[in-house]
Write a protein that binds this ligand. Structure first.
Ligand code: CTP
Length: 398
């Protein structure tokens, strides 16, 4: 139910705009109040009067309407809601959002808001599949925007394929999921994930076998409990989850910068498989064979330890710092020592010997090491490990 929730509904200009009138009705039936914003293009499809009548609220239309500014500025309008919903979200609105434009009321409130944003894209199938739209979609996902639909089907323009706006009840379900009060609501958690790539020269790098699956699952599980998640990821082979803010990095040093820039946070989970060393010498040119049979000798320098840096911060240390320990022998003894050495609160230890199939696989068998000792968890899916860890983090931050 949505009792007491306030939704700012931005209606874009598309044939699906008529469905947004039904969406207003459905949201209000569940107890939400809905404040409509109409773009000029939307007014070609639905009238401000019908939106206002169904919402029983004033409809906002232009940025420069001085009466509105006197009553409520665009900043306040964007913050006054619990959630911003854009339905239908046209290709143009997606492009504006992805590009950070703020040249009308809708784009300005979307830029100014500190609340989550859910979009229901609706457009012609070719426009949806256009590389520009797909690029914008990826950018918006990375910014933590939630996406409902689009669905596949017959389109008003006579074509068939993905591009139809999600049905009002599907959008309502997405709104309910976005507004669910989880135990981590209001908490910010930073998660590092994936491998790092350390360049040898402009075309070669050193990497490791981490897929990023465990880190992505943890970020997803934390977001599902209502946390705001900043997901700092190296070049992983699994995609980042929806609904988290993604920061993509390559090297350990970039990961350290991104993780510390994301603070303050209530908790930080360091699931990344960070390269311990990088190539000492910066080589701007590709290393060439000179025909003499001589092979290059690479010298390494040690990378900063991101987990230890954050765990030992004198000021602004997250309340709970969780590290991982990838071990191939003496798992508990090594991980217990690692917890102390790095100064973190918990270590999630796992055996990554090739025989376990854990690195790059879908399952994990972990032992949680804290000041209270070692707690062995049965072998389970990485999603289940993530859900259990997220529950424990929620308990610890209560
Ligand atoms: N870690 C980190 N920065 C590094 C190295 C590791 O943040 N430069 C973090 C990992 O994300 C993980 C934890 O430290 O949470 C332990 O990583 P692991 O590879 O097991 O330990 P190492 O410190 O590399 O120790 P060793 O390789 O000697 O086992």
């Amino acid at each position: 139910m949505l009792a007491g929730k306030r939704i700012l509904l931005i209606i874009g200009g598309g044939i699906a705009a008529f469905k947004s009138l039904d969406l207003i009705r459905r949201l209000r039936e569940r107890g939400a109040s809905v404040v409509p914003v109409l773009t000029p293009a939307a007014e070609e499809f639905v009238t401000p009067l019908s939106a206002s009548a169904l919402a029983a609220e004033k409809v906002y239309r232009t940025l420069f309407d001085l009466t509105d500014e006197a009553e409520m500025g665009h900043i306040e309008l964007s913050r006054d809601a619990d959630l911003l919903v854009v339905a239908p979200c046209t290709a143009d609105l997606m492009a504006k959002m992805a590009g950070g434009h703020a040249n009308d009321l809708a784009s300005t409130v979307l830029m100014a808001t500190d609340k989550r944003v859910l979009i229901a894209p609706a457009m012609n199938v070719r426009m949806w599949e256009h590389p520009a739209t797909q690029r914008n979609l990826a950018t918006l996902r990375g910014d933590g925007v939630l996406i409902a639909g689009p669905n596949e089907g017959d389109m008003a323009c006579g074509e068939f394929g993905p591009g139809r706006m999600a049905e009002p009840l599907e959008i309502v379900a997405a709104v309910e999921a976005a507004l669910m009060d989880g135990p981590l609501k209001g908490r910010h958690v930073v998660v590092t994930s994936g491998p790092t790539h350390e360049p040898i020269d402009p075309v070669r790098y050193i990497a490791n076998r981490s897929s990023g699956a465990q880190g992505a699952a943890i970020a997803r599980a934390l977001a599902a409990l209502g946390a705001k998640v900043t997901f700092v990821t190296g070049p992983a082979s699994v995609p980042p989850p929806d609904g988290v803010a993604v920061v993509k990095v390559e090297t350990a040093r970039q990961m350290l910068d991104a993780a510390t820039a994301a603070l303050p946070a209530d908790a930080a989970v360091f699931a990344a498989a960070v390269a311990d060393w990088r190539i000492a010498e910066d080589r701007p040119q590709k290393i060439k064979k000179d025909g003499s049979g001589k092979v290059p000798v690479l010298e390494f320098s040690e990378n900063p330890d991101i987990l230890a840096t954050v765990a030992r911060m004198a000021e602004g240390r997250p309340r709970l710092v969780v590290g991982f320990a990838a071990e191939t022998e003496e798992v508990i003894a090594n991980a217990t020592a690692k917890r102390q050495r790095k100064g973190c609160d918990w270590i999630v230890a796992n055996d990554v010997s090739p025989s376990t199939g854990i690195m790059g696989g879908s399952e994990n068998a972990v032992t949680l090491i804290s000041a209270d000792g070692a707690e062995e968890w049965p072998r389970m899916g990485k999603d289940q490990v993530a859900a259990r860890l997220a529950d424990k983090i929620a308990e610890a931050l209560e």
